[in-house]
Design a protein. Structure first.
Length: 241
């Protein structure tokens, strides 16, 4: 009854057997604040049991990295449930490339109102499907302080949606490592937006070799007045442009 932190990493990698019973139990743990289901890619539709059980009212941190690497099955139900977790502050969906269009369910449900930290590492490495919907949700997260979009190379022109949505007024740390490794498309719009994030203290653009002349947008935008740490390792590996 007093459980606050639980990890089930790799427990359901190949089969969801026993998962529903586990979730039913966890839903009764009123004090649960942190849960790790990373690499539990075998649960599929079993996530829907969360909608029946309720619970997780005090959940603050949740890790689902690798759960939806190849398929979106069950992701809508999980996202719908998480949007009801009012205390949720940190989520990790790293390498959940299979979610795609299912991100739009967050727009219907209301999203993560108290979210402070989110990782979508490599979620959009192959396709930008669902990215605009996700950004619309994140722009409404007034408390968001840290976001990781490392290796989301497929986003390209979709970054421009940030200029329409606004938001991220409290953003302190952002990683776009490898996002512009091959192409610079969308980079100018991203920088233009980031320059309006007055509280930004740390940025990571490692391995963004394709940016080149697009860096000049910084001179037009200004901004980054409170920047404390920046990493551009590998950006000028083959060219000084």
């Amino acid at each position: 009854q007093n459980l606050k932190k639980a990890s089930f990493e790799d427990c359901f990698q190949e089969s969801p057997e026993g998962f529903e019973e586990l979730l039913q139990f966890l839903c009764s743990c009123a004090s649960l604040e942190e849960v790790d289901f990373s690499n539990c890619s075998g649960m599929w539709a079993a996530w829907e049991v969360l909608l029946k059980c309720g619970g997780f009212q005090n959940l603050k941190k949740a890790d689902f990295s690798g759960c939806f690497e190849y398929s979106a099955e069950g992701s809508e139900e999980l996202l719908q449930f998480l949007s009801s977790c009012a205390s949720l502050e940190e989520v990790d969906f790293s390498e959940c490339r299979g979610i795609g269009a299912a991100w739009m369910v967050l727009l219907k449900c209301g999203g993560f109102q108290n979210l402070k930290k989110a990782s979508f590492y490599s979620c959009f490495n192959e396709s930008a499907e669902g990215f605009e919907k996700l950004l619309q949700v994140l722009s409404s997260c007034a408390s968001l302080e840290e976001v990781d979009f490392s290796y989301c190379r497929a986003i390209g022109a979709a970054w421009k949606v940030l200029l329409k949505c606004g938001g991220w007024q409290h953003l302190k740390k952002a990683s776009f490592r490898g996002c512009f490794k091959r192409y610079a498309e969308g980079f100018e719009e991203l920088l233009q937006f980031l320059s309006s994030c007055a509280g930004l203290e740390e940025v990571d653009f490692r391995a963004c070799r394709a940016i080149g002349a697009a860096w000049k947008v910084l001179l037009k935008c200004g901004g980054f007045q409170n920047l404390k740490k920046a990493d551009f390792s590998g950006c000028f590996e083959y060219s000084a442009e």
